[in-house]
Design a protein around this ligand. Structure first.
Ligand code: GLN
Length: 184
């Protein structure tokens, strides 16, 4: 609907996946996986509600559709959102509590080298832009932390990141997601 989707398309195609932009309920049909990009979670949720995509998308993800969520996408899925717009609520599909813009405003965007479980000890370049701060991780599996806070979590078929792998040239996480989606 909005946000950094073109960069995800590029990254997914670079690792051999076919992509489709999802703008209506019909676009959800026969997908192997979906990416909820970074952008503005409030705008995304509002647009999805307006075109009747929110509920079908929620049902698809709740039904096990493999999902990669980055930044705003993570907020859209969360169980609890603090510092959001008035009545901003997550879909409640990911058992985390996030503070919107919890690392500070645009000027506080930063990069950090992250250790991700499953990347054989090699680091991943984390690009953070007005990222949500994960305040509690509930029953999710923590895949990476930064300064003692979770920045990547996994719950079933959902992989959610506070940072933006699509804005780097490192395709390992997109590759991992494509593997996740094609083994379903
Ligand atoms: N601050 C944004 C939001 O609340 C997320 C920022 C991002 O996706 N880079 O939706």
């Amino acid at each position: 609907m909005q946000g950094a989707f073109a960069e995800h398309v590029r990254a997914l195609e670079a690792v051999g996946a076919k992509t489709r932009l999802v703008k209506t309920e019909g676009d959800l049909e026969a997908l192997d996986g979906i990416v909820l990009p970074g952008g503005e979670s409030t705008t995304m949720t509002m647009l999805m509600e307006r075109v009747g995509l929110l509920e079908p998308l929620r049902n698809a993800i709740a039904g096990g559709l493999p999902t990669l969520a980055t930044c705003a996408g993570m907020i859209v899925l969360a169980r609890e959102v603090t510092d959001g717009m008035e009545d901003q609520r997550g879909m409640g599909l990911l058992d985390i509590s996030v503070r919107r813009n919890g690392y500070g405003r645009q000027v506080d965007s930063f990069e950090a080298s992250l250790h991700l479980a499953g990347l054989n000890g090699k680091t991943f370049p984390g690009v953070f832009i007005r990222s949500p701060l994960v305040e509690s991780t509930g029953t999710t599996e923590v895949v990476a932390t930064h300064d003692g806070r979770a920045v990547a979590v996994r719950q079933g078929q959902i992989l959610a990141l506070c940072f933006h792998p699509e804005l780097t040239n490192d395709r390992r996480l997109h590759q991992e997601f494509v593997r996740m989606a094609s083994s379903e």
